[in-house]
Every structure is written in C-alpha cells, then in structure tokens.
Unconditional design. Structure first.
Length: 385
C-alpha cells in the first residue's frame, strides 16, 4: 500500500533533482512537470544535468539549473563519473535532499555525491526490473542490490514496478513510497486542440495509427511494424506515425522497408506537441516490452482515443483499468496486436466494448495528489536525516 507521510510545515527545503539530460522521455517529462508544480514556499528545487541538452530544456527556468559544463568533452563519455561527480558533490552540499530521477547510473552517481556531501538520496525507479531492461543486467542487479537499500527512500510509480524489483532486493528496512506519474488532462486536451502542420487527411479506407516513445528496443516498435504488415496482408490500409527519436531509427527504417511498408510509416522524430496528431488518429498503440507508468498511454487515454497496448508487467493494466478502457495484448505478439487493432478499425470512438465507461478522471490520481505526496516525502526524508 502507498506510504503515508506527514505534511507539517517547516522551513523551505532545498532539493536537487538529477537527470542525465532533458531528452523527451517520460521520466524527463514527469520531472519537468514536478519541478513546475512544486510550491516554492515549501520546496526550492534545482536540477543537475549530466549534459545540458534535450528538447525539454526550454521548459526549465535557467535559475533552476546547476553549474554543469555543457561543453565539457567528457560530459557524456566513459569518464562521466569522474567528470561529473565533483560538480554534483558541490551542488549536493547546497541542498537538503537529492532525488535521482532515473534508476541505475543516475542513482549510483547521486548516491556517491550524497555519501560524500552527507545528504539523503531518494531513488526514483521509473521502469520494471524485468528481462530485457537495463536493470536486469548482472552489473546493475549487483549494484542495485548493494545501493538501493542504502537510499533514504525509493519511489515507485505503481506497486507492480516495486514488486518486480523487490524479488531481487530487500526493502525491509527502507522507506518505500508509491507516487504515480501524472499528467495534466486539461493541458493535454488544450494542446490537442491546437493547429498542426501534420497532414492527417486520410485516403479512402485508410486507418491512422499513432505510437509515441523513444526509438529503442524497450518500446517494441519492431513488433508494431510486423503488426502493421499483418494488417496490410489482411487487406487493411493502415498508416503508422511513430513519434519519438532514438538509437533504433535506422534499424526500424530498414525493417519498415523490408516489410514493404515504405510510404505507410512516418517517423517525424521528437514532436514538441504530439497531441493534435494523437487526437486525430484512429487508434493509439503502445507496443512496449516493459514500462513503469507510461505517460504517453495516459495522454491517449485522456484524449479518448481507442487504445491497444501490450500487457507488460507494469503500467498499462493500471492505466487501462485492467482492460476496461483499452485492449490489452501479450508482449511480443504481433498477431494478437494486429487482431486487436483490426477489431477497432471502423468503429466510432468509445463505441467498442474496450472503451465502455471510460472514466472522466485519470486512474493515476492526478497531478495535485502526486505533488502533495512528493512534498510530504521530501520533508520526511529531510527530517529523518
């Protein structure tokens, strides 16, 4: 069950959030939103970036950024720890609490800085520790088993993410908090109503599918491409728009060509406002092999788009209310994914059984509840220290 924290008003806390960069992933998005929403009469946040880059950088007030050298030649190289640690230690000494906003390397770096500066560190675990995820690799399992119980607290977006890691790490004597990721439904809907230059005019009988995420193995875009190919073989005319950027772009482009999908797959990269595209599409698809509590799925849910999602170990089942608000299919099964998409093609929105009774409020509890929980946790960790 979620931990309960005190909310007694004290002095303004100084909190340092740590991220590798502000690339447009879900962890970066929710961190930026949290920094924006924290009440400054209670929390004074700062942000340490290993590399001062990324499309979300424009959303951060310059005074929140600590003095990381964006031009240092080792900022993202093999000597990153040696390069960054002294700067992070200096920043850590000026705050009360440190939050590592990603698991693995970010958490190790933050823990070392906290140990030297004698500051408590909160680890924020964003994804489930399952086969295929970086956390499942032997070196990370070993380091996390050593360091995670030594953190002042560990935050999980849902209980299934915690359970996946608790199979390998004991949290018996560690503070654990469940704080769901969040979105602003009002913001998503407002931006979805904005104009877009993207052409979504359909040819006769064409179905537009959208998917959002980093172009990386985690997101299962290769499985989605095979599903689209299967739909074409069955006679459906589908166009897929994959919004995001990442290391698998060239491999996915080659795969789409090899599956004879050239002209039916668009990969426009990171789009600052993807919501008009999502909102005008026919089906939103999440093909991930593992997740935490994916923001893109929440956003499609908020827009009322018919959804097909893999039933990975954590995230989709919670957001989609066990399948009541979208179709869940097995991971790595392109045929089941094609079947689910085909079952929604041609049906009016919210008319299918998968979307009956779509809740008006998000299942994540909303942004204000998450911000209140974070403020209480930060204060309690500081008090314990």
């Amino acid at each position: 069950m979620p931990a309960v924290f005190s909310t007694s008003a004290q002095r303004v806390l100084r909190v340092l959030f740590v991220l590798p960069s502000l690339d447009g992933g879900g962890a970066e998005r929710v961190t930026v939103d949290l920094l924006r929403l924290l009440r400054r009469d209670r929390i004074r946040p700062a942000l340490f970036l290993s590399q001062r880059r990324g499309p979300l950088l424009s959303e951060i007030a310059p005074e929140l950024l600590t003095a990381t050298d964006p031009d240092h030649p080792d900022a993202g190289g093999s000597n990153a720890f040696l390069t960054l640690l002294p700067r992070l230690i200096a920043s850590a000494r000026a705050v009360d609490v440190i939050v590592a906003c990603l698991q693995c390397s970010t958490t190790y770096l933050a823990w070392l800085a906290g140990a030297v500066a004698r500051r408590p560190v909160i680890g924020w675990v964003q994804n489930a520790a399952v086969r295929g995820s970086p956390m499942y690799r032997l070196r990370h399992r070993t380091l996390m088993r050593l360091l995670q119980p030594r953190l002042a607290a560990s935050v999980f977006p849902c209980e299934r993410v915690y359970e996946a890691l608790a199979k390998r790490i004991s949290f018996a004597h560690t503070r654990v908090a469940f704080i769901p990721n969040f979105i602003s439904r009002e913001r998503v809907r407002r931006l979805a109503a904005a104009d877009t230059n993207s052409n979504l005019e359909r040819l006769n009988g064409e179905t537009v599918l959208t998917a959002v995420g980093r172009l990386a193995p985690q997101k299962g875009f290769d499985i989605l491409l095979h599903a689209v190919r299967e739909l074409h073989l069955r006679g459906y005319r589908c166009r897929l728009i994959m919004l995001g950027e990442g290391p698998e772009r060239s491999r996915l482009t080659s795969l789409a060509s090899g599956l004879s999908l050239r002209g039916f797959v668009e990969m426009p990269g990171f789009v600052a406002n993807p919501y008009p595209i999502i909102g005008r599409s026919d089906v939103f698809v999440l093909a991930s092999r593992f997740e935490g509590l994916p923001l893109a799925l929440m956003e499609a849910h908020a827009l009322g788009i018919p959804i097909v999602s893999t039933d990975c170990i954590a995230g989709p089942r919670e957001i989609l209310d066990g399948g009541r608000c979208g179709l869940l299919v097995p991971v790595n099964d392109h045929l089941a994914m094609a079947d689910a998409i085909a079952s929604l093609i041609g049906k009016p929105r919210r008319s299918s059984s998968a979307l009956t009774g779509l809740p008006e409020e998000p299942v994540d509890g909303g942004e204000q509840a998450a911000v209140t929980a974070w403020e209480a946790l930060l204060r309690d960790v500081a008090a314990d220290a």
